[in-house]
Design a protein around this ligand. Structure first.
Ligand SMILES: [Zn+2]
Length: 130
């Protein structure tokens, strides 16, 4: 809790939204699976922020859709990408999380969406003109 309190002091803007968002993000880590430690850290952070995004806790400073260099860059980049994937198939992120209970493979994306994660990232970038 000490860490969170010092974090709040650095927040500018809508404190209530940001604070709830941070708590929310950390709570998600409690229940999400991490592929027994094999999943990319950026994906773990991206899923946490995706859920936060869905709960409407989007602070200023998040990247716009289509921005970012890599799908597993983490935080808002990965969250936006996961939102795109979830749009292709409702419940995708929940299913991905479920699969990450016992391990992790990039093939989970192909299994759930029929395309490799690299192809999905290309489609996503193309869709938003990036
Ligand atoms: Zn986190």
């Amino acid at each position: 809790m000490l860490i969170k309190i010092s974090y709040i002091q650095g927040i500018k803007g809508d404190i209530k939204t940001d604070f709830s968002g941070v708590l929310f993000h950390e709570m998600i880590h409690v229940w999400q699976w991490n592929g027994k430690g094999q999943a990319p850290g950026g994906l773990i952070e991206g899923i946490a922020n995706f859920v936060r995004f869905k709960a409407d806790y989007v602070p200023n400073g998040w990247v716009k859709p289509g921005e970012g260099q890599r799908w597993d860059e983490g935080y808002s980049v990965t969250a936006r990408f996961l939102d795109y994937c979830n749009g292709l198939k409702q419940g995708f992120v929940a299913e991905l999380n479920k699969k990450m209970r016992d391990g992790y493979s990039d093939n989970f994306f192909s299994q759930l969406l029929g395309k490799t994660v690299d192809q999905l990232w290309k489609d996503y970038k193309a869709k938003f003109g990036n």
